[in-house]
Design a protein around this ligand. Structure first.
Ligand SMILES: C[S@@+](CC[C@H](N)C(=O)[O-])C[C@H]1O[C@@H](n2cnc3c(N)ncnc32)[C@H](O)[C@@H]1O
Length: 282
């Protein structure tokens, strides 16, 4: 396991994923009753974009830095405000920080909400402990995220989000995603399930979408953004999310958000947004 998210934090794929995460949490937060987030592949939790890893790739320069610097049109600006305000609050003391899914989820939630973060890599987990471990709402587990889908679902709160965001550095990750989604849905059919995937190998992505569709889970939304027209098997040309049981507002919100962000965070300045239902929902 060599993957380190610090090289990629705040890149266009992170922006898309975290913008969606923020909208889902805004929706869950509309009701006072507590919810739980199970984040199966948590990473280090919080990243310093001025640090050596981020500076080596400069990926955030094409992602979050452009978004923070640009005037955004309405209504995208309002929809993105919780996410962007959380980043600005982190940066209030002048450091160029970026929240990974754990720090962002905690920043956007309430005292009654609970969180399980799985991270298998020892060093990444130690960073996660240091950065968010003091938050009593969060439990950090040295557990395989795929196993956690069986072990920790359904949550006691019976409402919440399952976020599955593996590194895609080993073969078979798409198949594990499909099997993981099926297992998680069986235990927690009312939960929101959000899965991130890279768009590199178009045939693999097509097969994945087909396999997810074949599960026949009601209300399965596909959201994709291409941020490069360069297609190569080892180059990320876009990223996608599968969201089962999305908030009823999410399809329209993501279309609005990504249409506003695409010209900013895509390499050729255009980008391509796809939001559609793999199984009926809207
Ligand atoms: C893409 S990063 C997570 C980024 C994070 N979700 C975010 O949005 O900020 C994937 C993480 O999963 C960890 N990982 C890899 N395989 C795992 C597994 N089977 N269970 C739990 N964590 C795993 C890696 O060490 C890495 O830190």
């Amino acid at each position: 396991m060599n993957y380190r998210h610090a090289f990629h934090a705040g890149n266009p794929a992170d922006v898309m994923k975290h913008a969606a995460l923020a909208r889902v949490l805004a929706y869950l937060g509309r009701k006072d009753t507590p919810y739980r987030v199970l984040d199966t592949h948590a990473g280090a939790g919080l990243y310093d974009l001025a640090g050596a890893s981020a500076q080596r790739t400069l990926e955030a320069e094409d992602g979050i830095e452009r978004v923070l610097a640009a005037p955004l049109p309405e209504p995208a600006a309002t929809l993105l405000a919780p996410y962007l305000d959380a980043i600005r609050a982190l940066r209030a003391e002048g450091r160029r920080l970026y929240p990974g899914s754990p720090a962002l989820a905690l920043a956007l939630s309430r005292p009654q909400d609970r969180f399980l973060f799985c991270e298998l890599n020892k060093e990444e987990r130690a960073k996660l402990e240091k950065r968010i471990g003091a938050d009593a709402r969060a439990k950090i587990l040295a557990q395989d995220g795929w196993q956690a889908l069986s072990a920790h679902l359904p949550p006691r709160e019976r409402r919440g989000l399952v976020l599955v965001d593996p590194p895609f550095e080993e073969p078979g990750e798409f198949q594990r995603m499909v099997a993981g989604l099926e297992a998680a849905y069986r235990r927690f059919a009312t939960g929101i399930h959000m899965l991130w995937y890279p768009i590199k190998d178009l045939r693999a992505v097509d097969a994945f979408r087909r396999d997810v569709g074949r599960l026949g889970l009601p209300k399965t939304l596909r959201v994709e953004l291409d941020f490069s027209t360069v297609r190569a098997l080892d180059t990320l040309s876009g990223s996608g999310l599968i969201i089962v049981n999305p908030p009823f507002t999410l399809a329209d919100e993501m279309r609005t958000i990504l249409t506003a962000l695409a010209p900013l965070i895509s390499k050729d300045g255009t980008g391509r947004v796809r939001v559609s239902w793999l199984t009926p929902g809207g």
